[in-house]
Design a protein around this ligand. Structure first.
Ligand SMILES: Nc1ncnc2c1ncn2[C@@H]1O[C@H](COP(=O)(O)OP(=O)(O)OP(=O)(O)O)[C@@H](O)[C@H]1O
Ligand SMILES: [Mg+2]
Length: 277
């Protein structure tokens, strides 16, 4: 048992809401015919289904896009700049009003819930930018992450330090003074402070070296193994799809390709258009 175990508390690894059969029929490509453009009705732990919407009164950025993640699995969204990846994440987290479509968590329709209410339901989000408080210490950042909790958070802080030992050494240092990779660890650690069942990460490896990226991916796998569902956007598409149970290629706010990470990596069209051949 890893010491991250208690982060998920009593949440088990078995997704009882989804049988093997209905997951196979809705989420996975049953034959070898290649990757599909968009999944139909999806029954997964976290689902943003047929999401359509944009900012304010502006044009639609999301055009019926569907994203789903199973319990304890890693789902990865990739796609060109401006495709709407971050917008899709904001929609799933409740930071964007949908004009059509829905978001469901563990079978419950949460489309109309505020982000705060979604946090209370077990969702955590690390945005692409400004995801730490730079002038606060590392430990203060972690404490801020737990502001909704009324119970003792010291154990969770210890678990985050167990996952990211360097943060323990730097606990009294201003987070803004840390390296890029360490700041991303602070951001992920802060998100874990609410003991989420879903961890959403928008480009967690942006601007870090390949070695640091690999390390961060290993930690993300470790978090998923605790039964926490990961929904992640990644620029490093190839490496991210290697660790993805499920991958989504978004283009202009719509699903272009969907499959397991392996299937997408093997798909000639995906390789040519999105993975540099
Ligand atoms: N707050 C906003 N208000 C208005 N338009 C926005 C806002 N944020 C993003 N957009 C627009 O929505 C579209 C999709 O942006 P989004 O940030 O979701 O793309 P992305 O796939 O995450 O891109 P990147 O790879 O650069 O992070 C872009 O045309 C962008 O200009
Ligand atoms: Mg983005």
């Amino acid at each position: 048992m890893s010491d991250l175990d208690a982060l998920r508390d009593d949440r088990g690894n078995n997704d009882r809401s989804a049988t093997k059969e209905n997951v196979a029929s809705t989420l996975h490509v049953a034959d070898n015919s290649g990757t599909r453009p968009a999944p139909g009705v999806v029954n997964a732990f976290l689902v943003g289904e047929a999401m359509t919407g944009g900012y304010g009164k502006g044009a639609n950025i999301l055009n019926g896009c569907t994203i789903a993640a199973e319990k304890g699995q890693i789902a990865v969204i990739v796609g060109p700049n401006g495709a709407g990846k971050s917008t899709a994440m904001k929609a799933v987290f409740g930071m964007l009003d949908l004009r059509a479509g829905s978001v469901r968590l563990n079978g419950e329709d949460i489309t109309r819930l505020t982000p705060q209410a979604r946090v209370a339901k077990g969702m955590a989000f690390v945005p692409q930018t400004r995801n730490i408080f730079p002038s606060m210490t590392v430990e203060e950042n972690l404490e801020m992450g737990a502001f909704l909790r009324r119970d003792d958070i010291s154990r969770t802080i210890e678990q985050v330090y167990g996952l990211f030992p360097i943060l323990r050494d730097k606990r009294r240092q201003a987070a803004g003074e840390l390296s890029g990779g360490q700041r991303q660890q602070v951001a992920v650690g802060r998100a874990l402070m609410t003991q989420p069942s879903v961890l959403m990460l928008d480009e967690p490896t942006a601007g870090v070296s390949p070695i640091v990226m690999d390390e961060l991916f290993d930690r993300i796998i470790e978090v998923a193994r605790q039964g926490i569902t990961i929904l992640m956007v990644e620029q490093n598409a190839r490496q991210a799809l290697e660790i993805a149970d499920k991958g989504y290629v978004l283009v202009q706010g719509a699903n272009a390709f969907t499959g397991t990470g392996k299937e997408l990596l093997a798909d000639p069209q995906v390789r040519k258009s999105f993975l540099g051949g």
